[in-house]
Ligand binder design. Structure first.
Ligand SMILES: NC(=O)c1ncn([C@@H]2O[C@H](COP(=O)(O)O)[C@@H](O)[C@H]2O)c1NC=O
Length: 526
């Protein structure tokens, strides 16, 4: 029996090859891989001794030969395939271990020229993958070193033939995916190279091209979901390779996440990452209905909950600090679907794990504020929309804010304005946020006109709205919302400005002595 080994990433290959050698396999290998195996004391046949051609063209041609590909593609059950093998003296290869040149790592370096990149496009290894995967019934293909362990153990205990057809197919699929993501990376890179007036020695990829000519996203399936947004819709969860975020969150306790849990969990993650202080958010249908920052996490939770206790029921809770036992104790009597936090104190986890239906999720990134590099992608009929993510609002951003009214906000009001402005970024447009003491008092979300969102804030907030600050995610097209704010005793307003009726809006704020701040940028969320 023959095995072919040709790997760029050589970790684990010696140990795995030893198992094959012990089982009597003839090991065939390319230059560098063969050297690693020989150095480890293994007997290896060089590919060039099989093909009777040397590796040539700086390694561009090594395994590309009928003696190799005939050995991979032949079907033993077909007599005329057997006749060809005999005629051309080809011996079947039963197992192939291959992984490809490091194209992504190469093009990630700023100094990489197009020539360097082209040299790192693996051809022979890719062809080995395709040939072996096509014939998975007869050839086992391994592209992922993490598969060496279980396959090695199985071969040792029960022999190669114990690897089932289903397992072989899984390995082939993985191999095609490996090749597919590789080609996606090559396609995307090439679409960012401008070769006009350049040579392949001078041209380079342009990593700042956010929207390449060809957009080839690759997602790996993580799980089938019970159903989609509604029970009659089918759904599945996918992740970008090596991605983090909600798609790769660790479920520590509770039932599997649903489609809607994942969407809301994503909203919770994005909302808490907006704050460098200790924060807690309550999400309902992707909108924060409660959010508070406070140095005491349990107090942040209590304030967030009190923002809208009625809506909090069945919500998704987000934290940006390790969940303490005190916070877990404070929240345990309310029914929540999901909690996300960067981590949990063991006692907090033990306490909450008593709640059978609560999904407890760990996402380390909840504690960080690094920018998301992935573009926002949304499918539309017949296509997709891509945009750069709306960046985290930094404390320094207030330096660009302009007070448009005669009255100035106080220091405490400025704190609350910044808080409410940050929250408004996470509320569906048209978004209005009423806040006090860095806590949501009420939100108006997703209304077709802005004054309707103000109305909702007044109604939901009731007596509590007096003295609140008000944030609007986009400019006020009319002064009517300012009239409503005055009637509700709003103390201070933040909005982007930029309406043709800005002056009317500012005049209304001056008339009522309400300080108004203009941020200069907008926070739509659709
Ligand atoms: N040219 C070929 O026929 C060929 N056959 C296999 N490779 C690649 O060569 C690498 C292993 O080379 P070595 O064993 O020399 O370190 C693997 O990443 C494999 O995918 C090839 N290289 C590139 O296309």
């Amino acid at each position: 029996m023959q095995a072919l080994l040709s790997v760029y990433n050589k970790s684990g290959i010696v140990e795995f090859s030893k198992i094959l050698a012990n089982k009597g396999f003839n090991l065939i290998s390319t230059g560098g891989t063969a050297k690693s195996l020989v150095d480890a004391g293994l007997k290896v046949q060089q590919v060039q001794d099989v093909t009777e051609y040397p590796e040539m063209l700086d390694g561009r041609v090594k395994t590309l030969h009928p003696k190799i590909h005939g050995a991979l593609l032949a079907r033993p059950e077909l007599p005329h395939h057997q006749e060809d093998l005999t005629k051309y003296n080809i011996k079947p290869i039963k197992i192939v271990v291959v992984n490809l040149y490091p194209f992504v790592e190469t093009v990630s370096k700023p100094s990489t020229t197009l020539l360097d990149a082209l040299e790192n496009i693996d051809i022979g290894g890719h062809t080995l993958i395709r040939a072996s995967s096509k014939n998975f019934q007869n050839v086992i293909i391994i592209v992922d070193p993490s598969d060496y362990k279980w396959i090695g153990e199985r071969i040792e205990s029960s022999g190669l033939e114990s690897i089932t057809l289903e397992e072989r197919k899984k390995l082939a699929l993985k191999a095609f995916q490996h090749g597919c993501s590789y080609d996606a990376a090559v396609t995307q890179y090439l679409s960012t190279v401008d070769i006009k007036d350049q040579t392949i020695e001078t041209a380079k990829g342009n990593p700042s091209v956010e929207f390449p000519g060809e957009f080839v996203p690759l997602y790996e399936k993580k799980a089938d979901l019970r159903y989609g947004e509604n029970p009659h819709q089918k759904a599945a969860l996918y992740s970008i390779p090596n991605g983090g975020g909600i798609a790769n969150a660790q479920l520590l306790h509770g039932p599997a996440l649903s489609y809607n849990n994942i969407l809301d969990g994503d909203a919770a993650l994005k909302a808490v990452r907006e704050f460098s202080q200790t924060a807690c958010v309550v999400i309902k249908h992707t909108n924060p209905c409660g959010l508070s920052v406070h140095q005491d996490q349990a107090e942040a939770y209590t304030r967030a909950f009190n923002g809208d206790p009625k809506s909090a029921y069945g919500g998704i809770l987000g934290f940006n600090r390790k969940l303490t036992l005190a916070a877990a104790t404070a929240l345990k009597s309310v029914f929540y679907e999901v909690i996300i936090a960067p981590d949990y104190e063991p006692e907090a986890l033990a306490l909450l794990s008593k709640k059978e239906k609560l999904r407890i999720i760990r996402i380390p990134e909840a504690a960080t504020q690094e920018a998301f590099t992935q573009p926002d992608i949304r499918t539309i009929t017949g296509g997709a929309l891509l945009q750069s993510p709306n960046p985290i609002i930094k404390d320094e951003s207030t330096k660009n804010w302009k007070v448009a009214t005669t009255n100035q906000p106080s220091e405490q009001q400025m704190k609350d304005l910044l808080f409410a402005w940050r929250v408004s970024k996470h509320v569906k447009s048209n978004a209005i946020v009423f806040a006090k003491d860095e806590t949501i008092v009420s939100i108006g979300a997703g209304q077709p006109n802005r004054s309707q969102s103000v109305d909702i804030c007044c109604k939901v907030g009731g007596d509590k709205v007096k003295g609140c600050v008000m944030a609007s995610d986009a400019f006020f097209p009319f002064a009517d919302s300012i009239d409503l704010a005055h009637a509700a005793n709003i103390a201070c307003i933040v909005q982007p400005g930029g309406s043709i009726r800005d002056q009317e809006v500012i005049d209304a704020a001056n008339k009522f002595n309400i300080p108004m701040v203009l941020t200069g940028n907008r926070n739509f969320l659709h």
